[in-house]
Write a protein that binds this ligand. Structure first.
Ligand SMILES: Cc1ncc(COP(=O)(O)O)c(C=O)c1O
Length: 323
């Protein structure tokens, strides 16, 4: 779809990319920049708060010919949940299109494209407990306007023009299955949260209730994990850490340990059947901005709603033996 959006851009136009995004929302745009002779305006994040400076974003939109902003909802490295609604409002004041990468956010909170107001939003069902499919939501008028890179016999109506070829029906069934699972969560463990959404009904209400229940539960995981990590010698948590601010992050927690190699720590955890990631996690720009590329990036622990406080305790106990 980056190629299709590229058809709306011309040499000399600018696009806004961020230093926080996964490369999935950077690399394809950089190729487009090269192909079309565009300019890149980088939105940084603050190395102390791990958040964007909205004034910096405002000034980028105001002072440049930015035609597209590719931003992330939540960072898969820092865990920050970004104010994508405020960024979208700002962008639209300058008639800038907004493409949101919500891959990291969707498993951790309610996602409402109407509320955000963005033009496009992408996510990956395997991150929210389903199969390996790709999901792109776009405003109807935008999807109709874009020219799809498709086979010639396929007709030119959306969304089908972006899905040519034989569809992955079993994947679609699996994605529906995970939505039904989340609905069930909304009816059962999220029952008390249904009252928070009097304006919604049916599946939409249940999904919102489920995601709110997940969000509240996951904050207990974040809190235990971050506090426990901060009590370990030499640990530096690379993300929002204050107890009062945990609502502004997902429980994906990255950290470094003084004089320790992230890969070695991950291997020691793996030997105890605790599976985490190390390195840049494809958030190349974020790791570079933090100056961690040479030293092997970070260790990243990414609990989700089916993990328990006991598992966090156990992970922290094992970590105590890792260096
Ligand atoms: C924020 C973010 N964007 C994009 C991706 C890439 O998604 P996919 O694995 O579906 O290509 C990931 C995967 O980790 C991600 O975390």
């Amino acid at each position: 779809v980056s190629r299709s959006i590229g058809r709306l851009l011309k040499r000399g136009d600018a696009i806004l990319l961020t230093r926080m995004d996964h490369d999935g929302n950077v690399g394809p745009w950089l190729h487009l920049v090269e192909d079309l002779g565009l300019e890149v305006k980088w939105l940084n994040f603050n190395l102390e708060t791990y958040e964007y400076d909205l004034d910096e974003a405002k000034s980028i939109f105001k002072n440049n010919n930015v035609k597209l902003a590719a931003i992330n909802y939540a960072s898969n490295c820092l865990g920050t949940i970004n104010n994508v609604k405020a960024l979208t409002e700002m962008a639209h004041q300058s008639e800038t299109l907004v493409f949101v990468d919500a891959v990291q956010y969707v498993p951790h909170g309610p996602t409402d494209v109407q509320d955000i107001g963005c033009d496009f939003l992408a996510c990956s069902p395997y991150k929210f407990f389903g199969p390996h499919q790709g999901v792109l939501w776009g405003k109807t008028e935008m999807l109709e306007k874009l020219e799809a890179y498709k086979v010639r016999p396929a007709d030119n109506t959306s969304p089908g023009k972006f899905e040519t070829g034989t569809q992955l029906h079993e994947g679609q069934a699996g994605t529906l299955g995970v939505l039904e699972y989340l609905e069930w969560l909304g009816e059962t463990m999220g029952a008390e949260y249904n009252a928070n959404f009097p304006e919604f009904s049916g599946r939409r209400k249940k999904l919102h209730a489920a995601m709110l229940a997940i969000q509240n539960y996951e904050q207990t995981l974040s809190s235990k994990l971050i506090e426990g990590l901060q009590n370990l010698a030499g640990v530096d948590v690379k993300g929002i850490s204050a107890g009062k601010d945990l609502a502004r992050r997902v429980p994906t927690v990255s950290f470094t340990v003084e004089n320790q190699n992230p890969e070695e720590i991950s291997n020691k955890l793996a030997a105890e059947n605790i599976f985490v990631w190390h390195g840049h996690n494809y958030a190349l720009e974020a790791i570079r901005l933090m100056g961690l590329e040479e030293s092997g990036g970070v260790v990243r622990i990414g609990p989700v709603h089916y993990n328990t406080l006991e598992e966090i305790d156990h992970t922290l106990e094992v970590l105590k033996t890792c260096w």
